[in-house]
Design a binder for this molecule. Sequence first.
Ligand code: HEC
Ligand code: HEC
Ligand code: HEC
Length: 127
Amino acid sequence: MKIYDGRKIIPGILIAAVIFSFPFWLNFGKAAVPPKPKLPKEVKNCVEPTTFMRTSHMQLLNEWRDIVVRENFRLFAAPDGKEHLMSLQNGCLKCHESKADFCDQCHNYLDVKPYCWDCHLAPKENK
Ligand code: HEC
Ligand code: HEC
Ligand code: HEC
């Protein structure tokens, strides 16, 4: 009869777990820089610096919504001097033309599901 030596098996399992999860550890701490959202080609700048947008676009969207809904004011002055319509559909998605190729790229990866599209229209995607 064979006797399994638990003292060897357990470390073996742990080592295997570390090796197989290695791709995950490589990504650790980089979750905010996920797959490949397709960026606009015709314009260079977002409405705020890219690093800010990456981390804070949700807050910015909330601010936009509040200003539009409460104050009925719709123009946003960007740091680069340009003006943008404070709108999900007619602002963000004017430049980021495809929700599927842009917003969803990150959100699916992170399993975030903004409920905005219950009401706001996404652009018609070319399938
Ligand atoms: C005038 C066109 C324009 C508008 C309007 C615009 N963006 Fe952008 N956005 C860009 C461009 C161009 C980039 C890439 C900039 C770069 O390469 O550094 C970008 C980058 C981003 C990024 C970072 C992407 C990455 O790969 O890290 C996010 C997130 C983002 N935008 C979200 C939004 C949201 C949300 C809105 C609306 C509140 C918005 N954008 C409005 C042009 C725009
Ligand atoms: C570069 C990756 C990236 C791109 C591109 C991106 N997002 Fe996000 N989004 C995130 C991250 C990260 C979060 C925060 C997730 C969390 O807090 O758990 C988020 C959260 C949000 C939230 C808040 C959702 C919630 O339930 O808290 C909204 C709203 C949102 N994004 C809108 C957009 C819109 C609209 C676009 C496309 C114009 C977009 N995002 C593009 C990465 C991205
Ligand atoms: C229950 C329906 C509903 C949901 C869900 C919703 N909104 Fe809105 N939102 C509205 C309405 C109605 C307006 C006012 C439209 C106007 O005055 O142009 C508005 C206005 C806005 C505006 C400014 C105007 C524009 O054209 O975009 C922004 C930005 C906005 N919402 C962002 C969001 C974001 C981000 C989410 C998800 C986190 C969201 N909304 C979810 C109904 C909704």
